[in-house]
Write a protein that binds this ligand. Structure first.
Ligand code: CTP
Length: 399
């Protein structure tokens, strides 16, 4: 029911927080990828470790994370963009009232403000609290504001009373979630399609401290991934060693060497669309030394051997109706070289750029891409985001 879908699970500080653990498992069993945000009070009921072990992902609690300087404080933006649906279960009366008033005093409430996905609130509290005029009023308001509400069920509560306030059954939450995701699915030419985009450089290690690589920043690949998502694609971004604050907006996998990239992409060879924007080293050292090489000689020869050509392999093993898009960075004879890659690798499109053209190439925010298809040619210039969007619209159309 949730294959390829991303659920952001918000857990607030009520006794039903323990049920969120099972809810997470149910979403996963139905195919969803889940990340968890907890309020500080929720961590008094269930430890972050439980959720991070099960979600196999860091759990977000604090906006400012002084103890972990390497973790991004912009998670509320990126995770809010990553999710197909944000489910807050259980949602306490306290968090509910913060949502109504737009407070952003923790990671969960900040993410509510930043989220681009629909949000499902599961209010869960004791019966008297649920029936209080303030909670009733807040529920009306969030509903008017466009949030989805799943009413609590009646039953045995933590207070010992039998009343309305229990977290609904997992199946009920899953069914409602699936319905909301369906309603909000982007309807575009890539809706329902699995799209895999590779981005960034490879590293070919000579010894534990030195490698051969190139200056690719991965920006063009990330822009392609963004553009594919906005056309409705279910996107996996396969990235090399790059520094980019926005990677956690995507479902990602990573590679270091061309051999790693080959293995990851082979595992995705069933994708409907593959975009190879990675800047792959064609050669690797024939031998990688286990210890640091010492400078006890005056000159040094490195023997290189060829890396696997991932895109060529994908072209030779393509599934019917699959679309394969390659990139080419050239310094001369751009048209000739690009067209040769179309047939040489048995692919559908080549996005070629000339390193000598101003504003093009590694690390820049702009680019000029010459797009070659089997029987067409186009040129696009502008920011990498604009170009990525133009290329995919040219290939797949708008709807
Ligand atoms: N590519 C790949 N595996 C390689 C080399 C390249 O999958 N070992 C992919 C790149 O991701 C790109 C396309 O093939 O989409 C073209 O890459 P490029 O380096 O321009 O061309 P090469 O095939 O390496 O040929 P040459 O370097 O001789 O131009």
């Amino acid at each position: 029911m949730f294959t390829g879908k991303r659920i952001l699970l918000g857990v607030t500080g009520g006794i039903a927080a323990y049920k969120a653990v099972y809810l997470l498992r149910e979403f996963q069993k139905s195919g969803a990828e889940v990340r968890v945000i907890m309020t500080p009070s929720a961590t008094r009921f269930v430890g972050t470790e439980t959720f991070s072990a099960l979600s196999r992902h860091e759990v977000a609690v604090d906006v400012f994370n002084d103890n972990k300087p390497d973790t991004s404080w912009t998670k509320h933006i990126h995770w809010g963009e990553w999710a197909d649906l944000f489910v807050i279960a259980p949602c306490t009366a306290n968090t509910l009232s913060k949502i109504v008033h737009g407070l952003s005093d923790n990671m969960l409430t900040s993410t509510v403000l930043a989220a681009r996905s629909p949000i499902l609130i599961c209010p869960t509290m004791d019966g008297e609290m649920y029936e209080s005029p303030a909670v009733a009023n807040n529920l009306n308001q969030v509903s008017e504001m466009g949030f989805y509400i799943l009413e609590p069920e009646t039953g045995y509560l933590a207070s010992g009373l039998e009343d309305k306030g229990r977290l609904p059954e997992y199946d009920t939450i899953l069914e409602k979630s699936a319905k909301i995701i369906k309603e909000h699915a982007i309807q575009g030419p890539l809706t329902g399609k699995k799209v895999v985009v590779s981005a960034g450089p490879t590293r070919e290690f000579l010894d534990p401290v030195r490698f051969l690589s190139n200056p690719s920043s991965g920006k063009m690949g990330i822009a392609m991934a963004e553009a594919a998502r906005s056309l409705g694609g279910s996107v996996t971004l396969v990235h090399g060693p790059i520094q980019s604050a926005g990677l956690d907006r995507f479902h990602t996998e990573s590679f270091i060497s061309a051999d790693d990239l080959f293995a990851v992409m082979k595992s995705h060879s069933d994708a409907d669309v593959i975009i190879m924007a990675a800047a792959v080293a064609d050669f690797k050292p024939a031998a990688s030394h286990p210890h640091k090489l010492k400078k006890d000689r005056t000159s040094f020869q490195i023997e290189l051997e060829q890396n696997p050509d991932t895109l060529k392999w994908l072209g030779e093993n393509r599934k019917p109706d699959q679309v394969l898009i390659g990139f080419a960075m050239e310094t001369e004879n751009l048209r000739e070289n690009a067209i040769a890659k179309l047939s040489g690798k048995n692919i559908d499109w080549v996005c070629a750029n000339n390193l000598n053209e101003s504003g093009s190439g590694f690390g820049t925010d702009t680019n000029t891409i010459h797009l070659f298809g089997r029987d067409s040619e186009d040129t696009f210039s502008g920011s990498k985001q604009q170009i990525a969007s133009e290329i995919l619209k040219r290939i797949f159309g708008n709807s």
